[in-house]
Design a protein around this ligand. Structure first.
Ligand SMILES: Cc1cc2nc3c(=O)[nH]c(=O)nc-3n(C[C@H](O)[C@H](O)[C@H](O)COP(=O)(O)OP(=O)(O)OC[C@H]3O[C@@H](n4cnc5c(N)ncnc54)[C@H](O)[C@@H]3O)c2cc1C
Length: 409
């Protein structure tokens, strides 16, 4: 647990090598020009990163989240910043991972080999304008008509939909007021894109401009029954099983991005002199960076624990088996606990680290050419997505500390 396996070391070292070819200047340009990082995407595909979570029989490497977070963190830390994690989340966590875990043999055959080769990008459409953080309140509805489903609804902030050929679409198949439990009645679909029934419009945004984030409208989208991933009405647990790895990935991105910013700040402050000594000798700059660094190391351990729990303890199939259900529910909770704690601590301390890196650069930190202002724009997203810090803290207070839920649903 405390030491990387030989495979993980190899993945870390490959990630470092890739990142050297895509230094901060590369991402600065992509961000400024609102351009997809095509060359980087090809490089991670060639190195096998897009197949990391895909079983070998479908062209992947058959690794788990433990290897994935190590690779993500190193890509981010060695030059890529948020770019090192973003495309992997969209295609690998939203596409490869749930299909590998829950897809039918036909779905696996259809999607996984193409994802592994870097021929197909993915996205996930969960968030809705009226539901926001209250996910169970989504209104996108899939109505059964003969042997098809007809889907209508609106989604917001859907990243990568402009290029994706696959979408993990979260719908209701039983209205909330008719579901025996709020968490029942959610169904996940695998949608092939582009499709005339799915229209998108980019939302100009603060950072991560090497990827588009869009509002999406879906009108009378017709899909066959076999487009369902998992089981009808039981999509909630499957969705959480995607959102937990997404939180681990957010932690990896936060930790890696902060390592990058701290490294640059240390390098700069050792050389910059305005009074007699280099500014790096002042404790006013040292302490906040040191504190953030130490906290990030702790967050990294929790992130790796979350990934280990995910890889080794939980299988959703077992939750349907009455004999294994209680054990599986406990394992599921443990994954959620560790993922949320890792995300909260990694993100708060990453924001602190990047903030202080910017201070170290003084006025130059505000100039585009030093990249810190871009990392600042990137890292602040993580307070809002994939889960807001407040909702992750709500989870910890309610589910780990056993305090009363502080909000009505
Ligand atoms: C750049 C970007 C990319 C994204 N990509 C995707 C994507 O690819 N796919 C996708 O489905 N979604 C995506 N999202 C959506 C993202 O996950 C949501 O924006 C996020 O979950 C918050 O939802 P909301 O914006 O509706 O905020 P709201 O739910 O409106 O919340 C607003 C504020 O109120 C606080 N709040 C709400 N309820 C509570 C409570 N009970 N207690 C305390 N505080 C509370 C929140 O923490 C937040 O600070 C993306 C968002 C952004 C900005």
């Amino acid at each position: 647990m405390f030491e990387l396996t030989e495979e993980q070391k190899m993945i870390a070292s490959t990630a470092k090598d890739i990142a050297k070819d895509f230094p901060p200047e590369y991402w600065r340009e992509k961000d400024a020009n609102n351009e997809f990082a095509e060359e980087f995407f090809k490089a991670i595909a060639k190195a096998g990163f897009l197949g990391l979570l895909i079983p070998e029989e479908y062209g992947g490497a058959g690794y788990g989240m433990q290897e994935m977070v190590v690779g993500m963190e190193e890509l981010c830390a060695n030059g890529c910043g948020a770019g090192g994690v973003w495309y992997l989340v969209l295609t690998e966590i939203f596409g490869a991972l749930p299909i590998s875990r829950y897809g039918t043999p036909e779905q696996k055959e259809k999607y996984l080999p193409r994802i592994a080769k870097g021929e197909m990008e993915f996205c996930m459409a969960l968030t809705e304008p009226n539901a926001g953080t209250n996910t169970l309140n989504i209104q996108t509805f899939a109505r059964k008509e003969g042997d098809e489903y007809v889907i209508n609804g609106n989604k917001i902030f859907i990243s990568g939909v402009d290029r994706a050929e696959g979408m993990l679409l979260v719908t209701r198949t039983t209205p909330l007021d008719q579901s025996p439990k709020k968490s029942l009645g959610i169904t996940l679909f695998l949608i092939d894109l582009p499709n005339r029934a799915v229209k998108w419009n980019p939302i100009p945004k603060h950072g991560i401009n090497f990827s588009k984030t869009c509002e999406v409208s879906i009108s009378d989208l017709r899909v066959p029954e076999d487009a369902i991933l998992g089981q009808k009405d039981l999509g909630w647990y499957l969705l959480l099983d995607v959102l937990n790895p997404e939180r681990m990935s957010a932690a990896a991105g936060a930790i890696g991005g902060a390592r990058l910013a701290i490294g640059k700040a240390v390098e700069y402050t050792k050389q910059r002199r305005v009074f007699a000594d280099p500014i790096g000798s002042y404790q006013g700059l040292q302490f906040p960076l040191a504190e953030a660094y130490a906290s990030l190391q702790c967050a990294s351990l929790m992130m790796r624990k979350a990934a280990w729990l995910y890889d080794t303890k939980f299988r959703i199939e077992d939750i349907l088996d009455p004999e294994k259900r209680v054990k599986m529910q406990a394992a599921f909770r443990e994954v959620g606990d560790a993922s949320n704690m890792a995300k909260v601590v990694a993100v708060e301390n990453s924001i602190k680290a990047v903030y202080w890196a910017m201070q170290c650069f003084g006025g130059y930190g505000y100039a585009r050419e030093h990249d810190v202002e871009r990392w600042w724009r990137e890292v602040n997203l993580l307070r809002l997505a994939p889960i807001t810090q407040q909702m992750a803290l709500n989870y910890i207070a309610e589910h780990i500390l056993g305090m009363p839920r502080s909000y009505r649903t």
